[in-house]
Write a protein that binds this ligand. Structure first.
Ligand SMILES: [Zn+2]
Length: 210
């Protein structure tokens, strides 16, 4: 199995792909969001990061990269999926100094489809199961009711059209230079998720990581 750096726009389906990689192929899923959240206070390095975040400042690229590098050194030999890192060209160049032998996967989704997915997403208020009222393969049998437990299905409050479009466009602008960088290095695989179910997307991923 190949090491992966994964990108995907909001609602592209990146989260469920990472879950499947961990479940089926025992990938080490490295999300910088999680690394920052789960940081202990055991070293001066960690304490400095805590201070920076507590002050509301951004952690600089060198420190973020060092955090990832430190974490990679603690891992077993299972393959790695990096998620949320590198976030910019500078981080990508630093990553290349300590991590090699990887491919880059970008899960593409058009703005229209992403919007539909995000706004159609509903969650069972009792058991947490996720549905999508606009997706044939993910909609509940009876509108507004959970198939499993009969609980009420509710939408996410932050998923309105305006805020979603803003998130989507910020993401697309930020990722462009990274995708160019990896495309020039011949490391980039693009998978379009518009007309595909999560399982179909995963089957395409399996073809490129083996
Ligand atoms: Zn339920």
């Amino acid at each position: 199995m190949k090491n992966i750096v994964i990108y995907g726009a909001p609602a592209a389906g990146k989260g469920s792909i990472c879950e499947k990689l961990v479940e089926k192929y025992k990938y080490n899923h490295i999300s910088t969001g999680n690394l920052f959240r789960n940081l202990d206070d055991s070293t001066e390095f960690n304490r400095k990061i805590h201070e920076t975040i507590a002050k509301g400042n951004l952690v600089d690229d060198e420190t973020t990269s060092k955090l990832v590098q430190n974490h990679l050194e603690t891992l077993d030999n299972n393959p790695i999926v990096l998620d949320g890192f590198p976030r910019n060209l500078n981080q990508a160049k630093i990553l290349d100094t300590f991590f090699d032998n990887y491919i880059v996967i970008n899960i593409e989704v058009s703005e229209m489809v992403a919007l539909e997915r995000a706004l159609g997403r509903v969650t069972c208020s009792k058991c947490g199961k996720i549905y999508n009222k606009y997706s044939e393969s993910m909609k509940p049998l009876k509108e507004g009711i959970c198939d499993v437990c009969g609980g009420d299905l509710v939408g996410r409050s932050d998923d309105n059209e305006e805020s979603f479009k803003t998130r989507y466009n910020i993401y697309m602008n930020n990722v462009e230079s990274l995708l160019n960088y990896y495309s020039e290095k011949n490391l980039l695989f693009i998978i379009n998720s518009d007309q595909k179910s999560p399982n179909e997307i995963f089957e395409e991923i399996e073809k490129v990581i083996k």
